[in-house]
Structure formats: C-alpha cells, structure tokens
Design a protein around this ligand. Structure first.
Ligand SMILES: NC(=O)c1ccc[n+]([C@@H]2O[C@H](COP(=O)([O-])OP(=O)(O)OC[C@H]3O[C@@H](n4cnc5c(N)ncnc54)[C@H](OP(=O)(O)O)[C@@H]3O)[C@@H](O)[C@H]2O)c1
Length: 245
C-alpha cells in the first residue's frame, strides 16, 4: 500500500469529503484527490485556509471543489443532518468520507488535564466523527462502493504518558472504525483507519517543537495509502488499521 501507484484520474466520478482540508495532511489529500479527478468537499474551521485550497484546485482545471465551513467543536446533530441533505441534493451520493481533522489538546500529566481541554479534544476528535458518520451513512450507501477513512495515531492503540485526551480519542476512533466495519461487513460500505506516522505538519511541530523537521516525511510522501483506500482497488478491505509509513 505504501508503494501504491494511483491510476491517473483514478477517482473520476467520485465525491470525497475531507475534514480538516485546509491544512497539513488534509490539504495535501484534497489536492491529490482533485488531481485524480474527484470532486472534493473541503470541510474545515478556518474559511481562509479552505478558500486557498479551493483556489489551488481551480488552477488544476479539474472538478470544481466546494467549501463546507464547520467547527467540529461546536456543530450539532442538526448541522450534520443539514450537511448530509445538502450533499445528497448537490451530488446524489458520497463515495468517500475522510475523517482527518483533529486537535492535539494539551500534552502533559493526566492529573493536570483541564476538563475543558478534555471536552474539546473528545468533541472534535470523536463525537463530531460519530455525528458526521451517522448523518452521512445513508448518503454513503447511495454510492456503488463507499470508503470511510478514520485517522488514528501511534498513540491510538498503545497508550503513552502525557498524551492524555488525544490518545484516548484515537483509541476510541479505532473502536468506532472496527464497530462500523463489523456492522456493515456485508454491505457496500467499508471503514478503515490510517496511522499517518510522524509527518511534517503544524500539529507535529506543536507536539515536538524541538525536533529536526527535515527528517520527517512530508504529507505528499504518505499519500499512497490514502489513495489506495479511496480507490476501487481497496473495495474488499474493511476494518483495518494501516500504517502509512
Ligand atoms: N502530523 C503527524 O505527525 C500525525 C501523526 C499521527 C496522526 N496524525 C493525525 O493526522 C490528522 C491530520 O493531522 P495534521 O498533522 O495534518 O494536523 P494539522 O496540520 O494541525 O491539521 C489539522 C486540520 O484539522 C482542522 N481542525 C482542527 N480542529 C478543527 C475543528 N474544531 N473543526 C474543523 N476543523 C478542525 C484544522 O483546521 P484549522 O487549521 O482551521 O484549525 C486543520 O485543517 C489528525 O487526525 C492527526 O491526529 C498526524
């Protein structure tokens, strides 16, 4: 998978929603999906960042993207229901949902985690994914084969001191992915999780401020695993946790 060579225009006629599409891994993935012919729905918090990605996609001369400004920390079930209705009306189906957005919160001793930080991390990284997935399952079911990708972490299946709420949110993300994969085993919907591994982004810099970033993989280098799980080459793959590095 790490060596997967995506076909040119391999995502043609597919509509892909990516959360956190304005920065880091999500931004690179949005541009790659557009390059491969997908119609990309850019979901994120900071509209300016989403507009910049939208403009870059325009310049590719491929399918026009769309922008969905959503703060995953504040949106309610009604927002997600409206969003699902809009996607169904505009596109008729959703071929892929990539849960990429996350917040790191504050790294530090467990006993010092503020309840407000805990709530924000769990809301953004977990509860929002639950609500968005729940709302979109009927729209994903309208696609011939639909791929949902969750994003985990090295601390998502092995606990690590000082990674508190973020680590717990990633364990739960993997649990949600496995639960969905089992429930939809005999369907056209598949659910998997990618662990990007150490990747040169803003989040990584916040977590490891002193490190030599030149040693880190860039988002573009970890794209093959994402493009594999989005393509029809992976329609038989579900319930897997895959390391992108
Ligand atoms: N980079 C790594 O080394 C690494 C390693 C393991 C796992 N991961 C995972 O990979 C994914 C992408 O991480 P990244 O490194 O690319 O992070 P990033 O550069 O910090 O990007 C995170 C994205 O999530 C969005 N986001 C955060 N809070 C949001 C909210 N409340 N509502 C809507 N959007 C929100 C951000 O939007 P704004 O910019 O508008 O806030 C941003 O576009 C995350 O799930 C992360 O946990 C990363």
């Amino acid at each position: 998978m790490k060596e997967y060579q995506a076909q040119t225009d391999g995502l043609i006629n597919k509509t892909v929603l990516i959360t956190g599409a304005g920065d880091g891994i999500g931004k690179t993935l949005a541009l790659q999906c557009a390059e491969q012919g997908a119609t990309v729905i850019l979901l994120g918090k900071t509209v300016k960042k989403l507009e910049a990605v939208y403009d870059q996609i325009e310049k590719l001369g491929k399918q026009q993207a769309s922008i969905l400004p959503v703060d995953l920390n504040g949106a309610s079930e009604t927002h997600y229901a409206d969003l699902a209705d809009t996607i169904k009306r505009e596109y008729g189906k959703l071929d892929a949902l990539v849960h990429n957005a996350s917040q790191l919160g504050v790294l530090g001793p467990f006993a010092q985690i503020e309840k407000s930080t805990w709530d924000e991390v769990i809301q953004t990284n977990l509860t929002a994914q639950f609500m968005l997935t729940k709302a979109l399952i009927p729209v994903l079911a309208l696609a011939e084969h639909a791929s949902t990708i969750f994003t985990t972490s090295s601390v998502g299946n092995s606990g690590r001191a000082y990674w508190g709420a973020y680590s717990v949110s990633k364990f739960a993300t993997e649990g949600m992915m496995q639960t969905l994969a089992d429930e939809f085993e005999n369907s056209t919907l598949r659910f998997n999780a990618i662990n990007p591994g150490a990747t040169r982004t803003g989040m990584r810099a916040n977590a490891f401020p002193g490190e030599d970033t030149s040693l880190l993989k860039t988002p573009i280098e970890i794209m093959p695993t994402y493009l594999y799980l989005l393509s029809d080459d992976s329609i038989a793959v579900t319930g897997q946790r895959i390391n992108a590095q």
